[in-house]
Design a protein around this ligand. Structure first.
Ligand code: C5P
Length: 305
């Protein structure tokens, strides 16, 4: 692996001991898409993307404990996510299958802070965090390249979270090229109360005019590699027009952020979450406090990590 592809961060917070502790907290950061270009539709129904993803400080927390009885146990403090089809459970099962060691057990408690189905990759990050930590705590030594392949089986956004930090994404999400850390930014993050946003529906609503060559992503990647400030004017999301059409709440939340003084508002992933980037805390803080007064919005003041 060329040196520039080495992960720059230890953002998933990998355990330090070679075979890991028996019981540990792990941090699963959320993400935003700084750019999201859609290149075209594929024969398998997915879309080829070019995107710059960035982890942010908003995060879920997992408590992992090696279970000597060989059981896989999971619980989550959000009842709707406390189910056997949670991606964390699927990650546990997938990695144990990969290890061919049916005696390996783990108990995981998941505390959610990142809202689900928000375009922030919460569930995907939880799954990647579980894969990475289980690999260490079970001491099974699955190589990172294979962890990324397993991650892709769980969902298009999961491979990115095996690395975290700043990365360029290609394919349907499985191609991840870590970048040097992008310029640090404060973020006012807003989630409109839009319910039932389905990633599949947003992708299905794409029109030919929404496709591009991926120039915005290429340009941003070049800036980040050169250590230059982020060119805010090139932050784009091809899924935004369709999302605004399907979910008027997103447009209202965007207007509200602009009225609160945000110079620029972007959508993360397939939405509905929006973010406004800032270089100065006082500016971010002013917009954050004004946006908090709006009913029906969840608002965070956070930052890139
Ligand atoms: O892979 P994941 O389950 O996250 O994707 C959810 C849905 O989003 C897919 O079934 C597909 O309809 C759409 N999608 C897509 N192109 C991508 C990623 C997702 O069309 N690159």
């Amino acid at each position: 692996m060329p040196s520039h592809q080495q992960p720059q961060h230890n953002l998933i917070g990998r355990p330090e001991r070679p075979h890991g502790p028996r019981r540990a907290f792990a941090t699963a950061y959320a993400k935003i898409n700084l750019t999201l270009d859609v290149l075209g539709r594929r024969a398998d129904g997915y879309h080829n993307l070019a995107s710059i993803m960035q982890t942010i400080a908003l995060h879920d927390t997992l408590l992992l404990e090696v279970a000597e009885d060989g059981q896989l146990e999971f619980s989550c403090d959000v009842p709707e996510l406390n189910t056997p089809d949670n991606l964390v459970v699927r990650a546990m099962e997938l990695l144990r299958l990969e290890s061919s060691r049916s005696d390996l057990g783990m108990r995981i408690e998941l505390h959610k802070e990142t809202p689900a189905q928000a375009g922030l990759g919460g569930g995907s990050s939880d799954a990647a965090c579980a894969l990475t930590w289980l690999n260490q705590m079970w001491g099974i030594g699955v190589p990172e390249s294979r962890l990324v392949e397993l991650a892709a089986q769980l969902g298009s956004d999961v491979p990115f979270f095996v690395y975290g930090g700043t990365a360029e994404i290609g394919g349907r999400g499985e191609s991840v090229t870590p970048l040097p850390p992008a310029e640090p930014l404060w973020l006012v993050l807003v989630k409109p109360a839009a319910t039932g946003i389905s990633t599949a529906a947003i992708f299905a609503g794409l029109r030919p005019g929404d496709y591009s060559s991926g120039a915005s992503t290429a340009l941003l990647a070049t800036s980040i590699r050169a250590g230059r400030p982020i060119p805010f004017e090139h932050l784009t999301n091809a899924l935004l027009p369709g999302a605004l059409h399907l979910f008027p709440e997103i447009g209202r939340a965007r207007e509200l952020l602009l009225d609160a003084g945000a110079p620029l508002v972007c959508m993360s992933g397939s939405g509905p979450s929006l973010y406004a980037p800032f270089r100065r805390l006082d500016e971010a803080s002013r917009v954050f406090h004004r946006s908090q007064e709006a009913p029906g919005l969840s608002v965070w003041l956070t930052h890139t990590v």
